[in-house]
Design a protein around this ligand. Structure first.
Ligand code: FE
Length: 138
């Protein structure tokens, strides 16, 4: 598969492949309860991939503790890996972050993050799969 090829699957296929919670977040733009996810307080060097399609999205080097209860990153590995769109579900509109390859909902991005980017990518653990770096496995 080409690196930037899109993945399109039917709702039924996604339901079969994903857990119930993954489906609710990735395909229905749900949100996991804060402090409930497996990665909000997760350490270790490696790459966080999309739980829907495996696309590399975030690096542990850009992860920080935002206190929000969700894994937070101040940068994305590549702007090409994600799409952003305005989410008006709440009174105050937010910017939704989606996987560019499978269209899965990942979370939101805010402008109150730390330097150098000032961004805070607030991402659901359940939308991610962590790949530990070889050198960090000992
Ligand atoms: Fe994806």
């Amino acid at each position: 598969m080409a690196a930037d090829e899109k993945i399109v699957k039917s709702e039924e296929e996604w339901r079969t492949e994903l857990s119930e919670e993954q489906f609710r977040v990735l395909r229905q733009a749900g949100t996991e309860r804060p402090f409930s996810g497996k990665y909000y307080n997760h350490k270790g060097r490696g790459i966080y991939r999309c739980a829907g399609c495996g696309k590399e999205l975030f690096s542990s080097e850009d992860k920080f503790d935002s206190g929000s209860g969700w894994p937070s990153f101040f940068d994305v590995l590549s702007e090409k890996s994600i799409n952003k769109q305005i989410d008006t579900k709440l009174a105050r509109s937010r910017t939704e972050v989606l996987c560019a390859r499978c269209g899965g909902h990942l979370g939101h991005v805010f402008s109150d993050g730390p330097k150098p980017t000032g961004k805070r990518y607030c991402i659901n653990s359940v939308a991610l799969e962590f790949d530990r770096e070889e050198s960090d496995k000992n």
